[in-house]
Design a protein around this ligand. Sequence first.
Ligand SMILES: NC(=O)c1ccc[n+]([C@@H]2O[C@H](COP(=O)([O-])OP(=O)(O)OC[C@H]3O[C@@H](n4cnc5c(N)ncnc54)[C@H](O)[C@@H]3O)[C@@H](O)[C@H]2O)c1
Length: 337
Amino acid sequence: MKKVSLLGAGSWGTALAITLANNGYEVTLWSALETEITLLQTHREHVDRLPGAKLPDNIQLTTDLEAACRDQELIVLSVASPYVRSTAKQASPFIKDGQIIVNVGKGIEEETLMTLTEIIEEELPQAEVAVLSGPSHAEEVSKQIPTTVVVGAKRKATAEFIQDIFMNEVFRVYISPDITSIELGGALKNVIALAAGMVDGLGYGDNTKAALITRGIAEITRLGLAMGGNRETLCGLSGLGDLIVTCTSNHSRNHNAGYLIGKGYSMEAAMEEVKQVVEGVYSAKAAWKLAQKYQVSMPIIEEVNAVLFHGRSAKEATKTLLCRNRVAEYPDLKWNA
Ligand SMILES: NC(=O)c1ccc[n+]([C@@H]2O[C@H](COP(=O)([O-])OP(=O)(O)OC[C@H]3O[C@@H](n4cnc5c(N)ncnc54)[C@H](O)[C@@H]3O)[C@@H](O)[C@H]2O)c1
């Protein structure tokens, strides 16, 4: 049996481990957290995060990073984004030349403004790094609910290699050379999802949510194009697709944290209540710095930052957005008269 491993045994690492085990691979699931591995060993199930999703027998659990990195066809990096650099650094001595690694996390590093793939490439120059992203809640993937994602890689052969490993009749994998847009879409949708949660917490309606999704993707697209990405990818599965699912689903921890903030919780209290890493909070500052660096207008991102870090209420932020200067929806479109 061919071997694959996943570094990071949270909801997503575990759901993907189940997918790969069902595809016939010998799977190793690693975590830095002893408690997480003990829990998985005891119940063969992530009882809190993915109740009912049993781990098939061909998944081995370990806290031994060297064993998890040895002789693997593919290594999936599935830790929460704040731990991507430290995990890659720790794994470095055990990663062979040419090892294919696929990042499935979503985020941008605040200090460096690097995407997760760029961070992994910096820490593991001996590896070939790709990304997998799209509208894919772990809760649904672990139950074999039909899902589509996209794999981005520099070389088409690498993207196809990863596509073959993951693809099955309920998990459809597309490929793309546009890594930048895939990573940006995944990271920035978490910030817009916080805003979508806030408007739900304020008791606003579907109109407001639809406005946030469409104006949110307009912002993400402006930044993505300035950074060399493609409109098609930004409006594809990993951009608009993931934005829709994250803004409308109660599986989203970003949406749930935003909801509590809309109800009047502070950012810290909301993160405490959600009890998971709320990645949008980390990506919000990075997104605003990127907007300034590339001189791109990102009013929703600006207001989310004002609410999270500068004491503005969600209600005031909504009013500020609605009362901005009058503009055209897409200023580049030409008028006939
Ligand atoms: N949950 C989903 O549905 C989903 C779907 C697609 C992508 N993602 C992305 O995948 C990544 C992981 O998401 P998740 O839902 O599994 O997150 P999670 O919060 O459930 O798990 C994060 C995992 O990171 C690891 N971790 C935590 N602290 C660590 C530390 N100090 N050192 C090393 N590792 C540590 C642990 O294995 C932990 O389980 C995120 O970037 C997320 O955006 C999640």
